[in-house]
Write a protein that binds this ligand. Structure first.
Ligand code: HEM
Length: 417
């Protein structure tokens, strides 16, 4: 950790550019990181931080530059052994397990192909009846006229059930998936997992459980879930235990920290921009644009990281082979050159689909179709029941530079329609 960069409390407009370190969880938790990105996009769109909290790295903040990097995986590697996909990842980290998001072709291609059928249009459509039933159940159980935490009652509950369905995991234990996912992404020193040993202990529970499920699927292949798909595909059934564990973590983190925050973010967005709710009530066909605009505005995954495989120039900066390059989706989705009045949530924004919240190129989110369906079903059912959901306190935000989300969103539903 360095004392030479800015702290969460400095005024960004007064800081010398070279002292800016956007990758500080405190800036995200305080909800002020957007001001830093705004300045970087304007003055140093490919910005070097020499001595940040997580070492030296480049910040890529403009939409076009992020997209260009995503579309050039030969120059910008995702492979864990080159550096991995987050600003904190490192080839030697003790909790590391290989997974296909942190691989380059050809291994990435083979493993992604093995799980792709679980996200096909047909399979996702088959899940929709169950997702709607759970959504109705969860919404109908909400209190009217009382304050409650939307994150726990709705976002986490629906996400947990969906993930269990996807993984063929027992529904009564679905909250275990959330606990394991939280352990997997916890930064060292976080309140729930103060030490690496605490984190690894919880992860071990996860690995032991999935090891059992894996052996069940190998001996009696049946089902349509992700574990079955990995166990029955010739490319993946011989995976090492470490690779299986890595892919399990990828799937539970991929499906948890993302959807739950887009669900909470959608409620916050409509609360801050009530005219957009009126637009939706007047024209429900706008639901098709809801997911893209919520994701653009909220952006549940703040960044992905790549490592440069050769010297390369980008946006006027000279990136050296081996450098850490951080793609800030959160910033690209606010790029004023692409999105007019980018701070505003505008349901009928004509180019909302250009958002980068799912990434782009060969690693583009494999769960995108499911994430869209979940959010659309939720809002179809909300519109039938609740004319308003009021946010009664500023949200509590996650202490992370990777997950851009909320730990608490206190709301009140004044009445049912
Ligand atoms: C990849 C975001 C939902 C599973 C990704 C990436 C992002 C992302 C940013 C990396 C893209 C890149 O590197 O270019 C999101 C968001 C979601 C969401 C914002 C919801 C709002 C889901 C769900 C699942 C999932 C429901 C299901 C388990 C994955 C997997 C990958 C991935 C497995 C790795 C793909 C690859 O490397 O080829 N997601 N995701 N995601 N996501 Fe999602």
């Amino acid at each position: 950790m360095s004392g030479s960069v800015e702290s969460a409390h400095d005024d960004v407009s007064k800081l010398p550019l070279e002292r800016i370190d956007v990758a500080q969880p405190g800036l995200f938790q305080a909800g002020v990181v957007g001001r830093y990105f705004e300045r970087l996009r304007r003055e140093a769109p490919v910005h070097y931080c020499a001595d940040g909290l997580f070492g030296s790295y480049w910040s890529v903040t403009r939409h076009g530059d992020i997209e260009a990097i995503e579309l050039d995986p030969q120059t910008f590697s995702s492979d864990h052994f080159n550096g991995g996909i987050t600003i904190t990842s490192h080839p030697d980290e003790p909790q590391f397990r290989p997974s296909f998001i942190a691989m380059d072709p050809p291994r990435h291609t083979e493993q992604r192909k093995a799980v792709a059928p679980a996200f096909s249009p047909e399979r996702v459509a088959q899940m929709s009846g169950q997702l709607r039933q759970w959504t109705v159940e969860v919404l109908d159980a909400l209190p009217i006229g009382e304050d409650f935490n939307w994150v726990d009652r709705v976002s986490v509950e629906l996400t947990a059930r969906t993930l269990a369905l996807l993984l063929g995991f027992p529904q009564p234990r679905s909250r275990d998936l959330i606990r394991w996912s939280e352990a997997a992404v916890a930064l060292p020193g976080s309140p729930a997992f103060p030490t690496m040993a605490d984190k690894l202990r919880v992860m071990q529970e996860c690995f032991a459980t999935f090891d059992m499920i894996w052996h069940e699927r190998l001996s009696a292949p049946a089902g349509q879930d992700l574990i079955y798909m990995l166990a029955s595909n010739p490319e993946t059934r011989g995976m090492s235990p470490a690779e299986l564990q890595g892919n399990i973590v990828l799937l539970i983190v991929g499906g948890n920290d993302t959807t739950r925050n887009s669900i909470s973010g959608s409620v916050l967005a409509f609360d801050q921009f009530p005219q957009e709710r009126r637009k939706l009530d007047a024209n429900p066909a706008l639901l098709v644009n809801l997911t893209p605009e919520v994701l653009r505005w909220q952006t549940p995954i703040a960044h992905m990281r790549r490592t440069a495989m050769r010297n390369v120039s980008l946006g006027g900066a000279d990136i050296a082979k081996g450098d850490k390059v951080v793609l800030w989706y959160l910033s690209g989705n606010r790029d004023e050159e692409v999105f007019e009045q980018s701070e505003r949530f505008v349901l009928d924004r004509p180019n909302a689909r250009r958002h980068l919240a799912f990434g782009a190129g060969i690693h583009r989110c494999i769960g995108a179709r499911l994430a869209d369906l979940q959010l659309r079903i939720l809002w179809e059912e909300i519109m039938k029941r609740f004319p308003r959901i009021e946010v009664v306190q500023p949200p509590a935000r996650s202490f992370s530079t990777f997950i851009h989300g909320y730990t608490e969103l206190m709301v009140r539903i004044p009445e049912r329609s």
